[in-house]
Design a protein around this ligand. Structure first.
Ligand SMILES: [Zn+2]
Length: 373
């Protein structure tokens, strides 16, 4: 997974006479039913080869070929957006399969082009999960629906509870104090690591899970800056795998996100009612997209959207016209109108927000948009 630290390092890279090829490609199978991105890339590569200075072309020819070969040979791993950054002169190659839509771009420059990646970092929240117990802790990052383990804190000096039994019981209070002392040290270790992690990665929110004791002890020790980011806690055991952790965390996150989504939907409906730079319903949203007005597209997760799309200019429609009202091209049936709309939104620099179903938005056609003007 893409980390803030990695992005910072890439941002610092400079050519020294070398060049970088940066490719952003919409590879969503829904909006590319005929593999249109392959054709787009072919044209973009040809344009680059024709327009680049001969000396520059010499330096990036390997990279252009590598990018083309990767797209041709790795389709099975593709999600919605593919990012490739390549500079053979710097022995540098990065590939990211993202679950968010991207606008097609091919850039050849003296430094890697990372603005779209920075935008993704800014717009999609990043959650940290701290999993804590009296002897160890694990930190996870959740971004764009993926969970990655960031690190582990192990403090092996914490004496085990089994030593409390038998004749050890004679000195019970002594041992309890001893354990408490070590647990305290361990938790301080954990918090130090957590603070360092928050500084390096731009984390928006934190979820804490673990045994009831450990969670409450940790919360008591947290500095206010970290405390303010807590959006919930949950109780569980230590050795669950990433999938199990994600399930428990999802519950906490979805409650938090539903509140935020509700605020967005309420504002959308309120503004649309007043005709204040917002619209509701598929047809109005399509018209706004056609006029390039979209700023934030908002729709329900399970929105079923059949419609029509011009095979020449890409115009969308909910009505069954035979010919495109804009260019006269042939209108094809499409089953995922909303994916095409999301792609248009991204191409206009608009944000895409998927929300859970709500009565208010359902009544308004399950889709709406905030507009630029
Ligand atoms: Zn058309």
């Amino acid at each position: 997974m893409l980390s803030r630290e990695e992005l910072r390092e890439i941002a610092k890279m400079q050519g020294n006479g070398t060049y970088f090829v940066s490719l952003y490609l919409n590879v969503n199978p829904v909006t590319n039913p005929k593999g249109e991105y392959v054709i787009w890339l072919k044209n973009a590569l040809r344009d680059a080869m024709e327009s680049l200075d001969k000396n520059v072309l010499k330096k990036v020819e390997k990279d252009l070929n590598a990018v083309e070969a990767h797209v041709a040979g790795n389709r099975r791993g593709f999600k919605k957006g593919l990012v490739l950054l390549s500079s053979s002169g710097n022995s540098f190659w990065r590939q990211y399969n993202l679950a968010v839509p991207l606008k097609n771009e091919l850039v050849v420059d003296k430094s890697p082009y990372i603005q779209p990646l920075l935008d993704i970092f800014e717009h999609y929240p990043r959650y940290a999960v701290l999993f804590v117990d009296k002897e160890m802790a694990r930190i996870f990052v959740i971004h764009l629906g993926e969970i990655t383990e960031y690190g582990e804190v192990h403090t092996p000096d914490v004496p085990g509870k089994h030593k409390k039994g038998g004749w050890f019981a004679l000195a019970q209070t002594h041992y309890e104090r001893h354990i408490e002392y070590h647990v305290g040290l361990h938790l301080k270790d954990v918090i130090k690591k957590l603070e360092c992690f928050f500084k390096k990665e731009d984390i928006d929110k934190l979820v804490i899970g673990g045994s009831e004791d450990a969670v409450s002890m940790t919360k008591d020790l947290l500095p206010k800056t970290v405390m303010d980011k807590i959006m919930g806690t949950f109780h569980t055991g230590m050795f669950e795998n990433n999938v199990e952790v994600l399930k428990k965390v999802e519950q906490v996150i979805s409650e938090f996100e539903m509140q935020k989504e509700k605020e967005t939907v309420d504002e959308l409906i309120r503004r649309a009612m007043k005709n204040d730079k917002a619209v509701l319903g598929m047809e109005n949203v399509i018209n706004a997209a056609q006029e390039g007005k979209m700023m934030r597209l908002v729709f329900e997760r399970d929105l079923q959207s059949q419609g029509f799309r011009c095979d020449l200019c890409g115009a969308l429609s909910v009505k069954g016209e035979i010919n495109c009202p804009y260019c006269g091209g042939k209108m094809d049936d499409v089953n995922y109108l909303v994916d095409f709309l999301a792609q248009k939104a991204v191409e206009q620099g608009a944000l895409v927000e998927v929300v859970s179903a709500s009565e208010g938005l359902k009544k308004a056609g399950s889709i709406g948009a905030f507009l630029r003007f």
